[in-house]
Design a protein around this ligand. Sequence first.
Ligand SMILES: Nc1ncnc2c1ncn2[C@@H]1O[C@H](COP(=O)(O)OP(=O)(O)OP(=O)(O)O)[C@@H](O)[C@H]1O
Ligand SMILES: [Mg+2]
Length: 460
Amino acid sequence: MPRFTSAKPDSRLIPLPWDVPLAEWPAEHLVALPRGISRHVVRFIRVGTSVYAAKELIEAAAIHEYRTLQDLTRTDTPAVEPLAVVTGRTTPHGEPLDPVLITRHLEFSLPYRALFSSGVRPETVNRLLDALVVLLARLHLIGFLWLDVSLSNVLFRRDAGEFAAYLVDAETAEMHDQLTDGQRAHDLSIATTNLFGEFCDLQAGRLLDESLDPLYLVESINARYAELWSELTGAEEFPGAELYRIENRVRRLNALGFDIAELDITTAQDGSSVRIQPKVVDAGHHSRRLLRLTGLDVEENQARRLLNDLDTFRFRTNQQDTDEALVAHQWLTECFQPVVSTIPEHLRGKRDGAQIFHEVLDYRWYASQREHREVPLVEATWGYIHDVLSGLPDEALSSTAEVEEAGRRLANPYDPSQGFVDDDGEPMPEDPWETEPSSPASPTGVLDIAELRRRAAGSD
Ligand SMILES: Nc1ncnc2c1ncn2[C@@H]1O[C@H](COP(=O)(O)OP(=O)(O)OP(=O)(O)O)[C@@H](O)[C@H]1O
Ligand SMILES: [Mg+2]
């Protein structure tokens, strides 16, 4: 008799064929979606309108991974959400089967190979690395030692002009109260080794832009991480006359998407010097603010972009003195919702609402430049639907194109680990955002800490 351990049980899972090894499940329960290569048998299963990922693995590992993912969900750290572990499985002949860990399929998420197979610009690779570094730093801040950092174990979601990385594989992870420098360095060295292999693989498959060198790419991870870590946790000492530097530090952290929950400030007896050190920092500075104001729950850089638009709206409608929450409600009903509700039903699987809004803003910026006039939002939305959205690949859920890679068909659409059929398929649909130069209207280089320091210094 299979046993379900779950904090949020879904009764529709119970009648599934748990007495059959996952690799042999009939196609009626499966969905072909792009995913990373894995050592375990992993399948996407559909029950009703929900899609879950199921992974078959030994009991201790399944329970450990379930609990670890629960810790991450509780601390609001980007990771796939665990749903249940099914143990006690046996075949009809009584032979034992490994348990299955079930996680919720992360909507609009992209495994790195699916991203690369439709062609990515060199800047995009940098953005993916930034997203990975932010994820790693966030995990380390809560004492999470991953021990299996790799591109295959991360899912990327579009986040305005950037990406947000989510952890997908916590099998080897350990939760500690706090990590030592040595433990963090160990995780980084695993990241470097794994990513080097993955980039070399992409290079061999001609999926990596020729200007990019795998070794240089992975070496840059260490520098990016070290800078971010010192910005998030490092102590700073300055003369007592330069107290504005406390405010500078807070602003830099906000710009990186973090809030200081606890700042340690110590001053010398005679007040001649001050030392500050963030003790607790929380990610999600912009997304929390947007959620509070509008109820929209979106990624960090999407929130940053939407808040900028909200500020512009407030200025344009001359409501600087009106309560911010009231203006936010007006912006939601007059700007955001009209754009999102204009998107025809059949195109909604291509991007989530906040991403569409961000892309419409970009589109409007280009259209206004080109036509030397301010293009209204609704007109820009129709233009965007026609010129951009209709041609984009689906990213929410299934489309046959998604389970292909660079135009090659998978031997088993449910399992990329089994390789490709040899014939030449149709090429992947092109993503116009990846073929155009980057948008000057998008916030870029969020992780550019040197630039943040320069800007903060300039604003004194
Ligand atoms: N909840 C989910 N949502 C979307 N994709 C998922 C989810 N769970 C797993 N995947 C996909 O399945 C792939 C394999 O999952 P996972 O990394 O957990 O397997 P694994 O066998 O433990 O991997 P490894 O070989 O690294 O040990 C992931 O790379 C990801 O693309
Ligand atoms: Mg994995």
